[in-house]
Design a protein around this ligand. Structure first.
Ligand SMILES: [Zn+2]
Length: 348
């Protein structure tokens, strides 16, 4: 008998024995570990499970109803799918809108997510709301009564959205299998802990259970940046409410409220062709190392690159060829809208 086979047989044998002596924990035991009786005795750490959940960042986006898409992009317009999202049947369209608030600041190129819904809904983070000058409430998706208004602008028209702007609540999509494993039901609220140097525990996380879901936590960009979360960061369901029940947030009396720093800064995308050209020149001269900060707050690259800036004035050059949006091409939002209006193809 050769040695290799002998070792394999021994290993197999040992593994079989280990498995029979220490059977894998059953879902029922996990459920018990999260039950109210045992929680009183345990710290958050002790009830943390070894089954981790994928977290992703919901960058500001809009869901549109058919009627509003008709106004913004033209009657019966069929948006094109840019990217499938993690949750089956959900996708990002290529099309975007501009959101304008009462301060007349604009958030441009805000992604439209599909499929279309019966009611339009805008999901922003607090920072986005501050830029727009609105105060959107924290709501579960779809609960839009009495929420904030804004104006949506597309290439073909504008919509005054009387209500529908929210900051989506922290929520957790759970597959039925994971829900059974954790002993959690639809609409339960849990705490979710993010590890790492900026680790923290998110409270009031609404659980939504469906057989159609993949397990995935959704938080907005502000929450994500606070905890250094990027798409795919693994988080764990804990129950920190065992340490102290979570009440409503309160504020100190007037004499103890620290003054805030006056802040009139705004952050908007550069659309001025002159600024874009100057930026391009500077980068071409090799003086500027361009660091692109994405909406999730992470650095996507750092390189000295010469970029081609396409503005409305340049569009005639692309009438035949179309615009190939490679990573070294910057297409100004105005030019993008105008190109779409003129039927110039944008690909890449
Ligand atoms: Zn979600």
């Amino acid at each position: 008998m050769d040695t290799e086979k002998l070792i394999k047989d021994i290993v197999k044998n040992v593994l079989q024995r280990l498995n029979s002596e220490f059977p894998k924990k059953q879902p029922e035991e996990k459920a018990l570990a999260l039950g109210p009786e045992s929680i009183k005795l345990k710290t958050a750490q002790a009830v943390a499970s070894d089954r981790k959940i994928v977290c992703s960042i919901s960058v500001k986006h809009v869901h549109l109803c058919r009627e509003h898409l008709d106004i913004l992009y033209g009657k019966d317009y069929e948006p094109a799918i840019l990217k499938e999202l993690y949750q089956p049947g959900n996708y990002a369209y290529k099309e975007t809108v501009t959101i304008v608030g009462p301060k007349l600041n604009a958030l441009q190129n805000v992604r439209i997510l599909g499929p279309l819904r019966s009611k339009s809904q805008v999901e922003l983070a607090k920072t986005d709301c501050i830029i727009l000058g609105i105060d959107a409430p924290v709501r579960p998706s779809g609960q839009l009564e009495g929420t904030t208004s804004c104006v949506l602008i597309g290439p073909k028209g504008a919509v005054y959205l009387k209500e529908g702007v929210i900051r989506a609540n922290r929520h957790l999509h759970l597959s039925q299998e994971d829900a059974d494993y954790f002993g959690i039901r639809d609409n339960d609220e849990v705490d979710v802990r993010v590890p790492g140097p900026k680790g923290l525990t998110f409270n009031n996380v609404q659980v939504r259970v469906s057989k159609d879901f993949l397990s995935e936590m959704h938080i907005d960009t502000d929450d994500g940046n606070a905890a250094d979360v990027v798409n795919g960061t693994l988080v764990e369901i804990v129950n920190a409410s065992c340490i102290a029940p979570i009440g409503p947030s309160t504020i100190a009396d007037f004499s103890r409220i620290p003054p805030s720093i006056p802040d009139n800064s705004i952050s908007v995308e550069i659309t001025d062709p002159n600024i874009l050209r100057n930026m391009n020149k500077a980068m071409e001269a090799g003086n500027v190392s361009s660091k692109v900060i994405t909406d999730t707050g992470s650095y996507t690259g750092s390189a000295k690159t010469a970029k081609t800036v396409i503005t409305v004035a340049d569009l005639d050059n692309y009438k035949v060829s179309g615009i190939n949006l490679t990573s070294d091409v910057i297409l100004s939002p105005l030019a993008r809208d105008e190109a779409l209006a003129r039927g110039i193809k944008i690909f890449g």
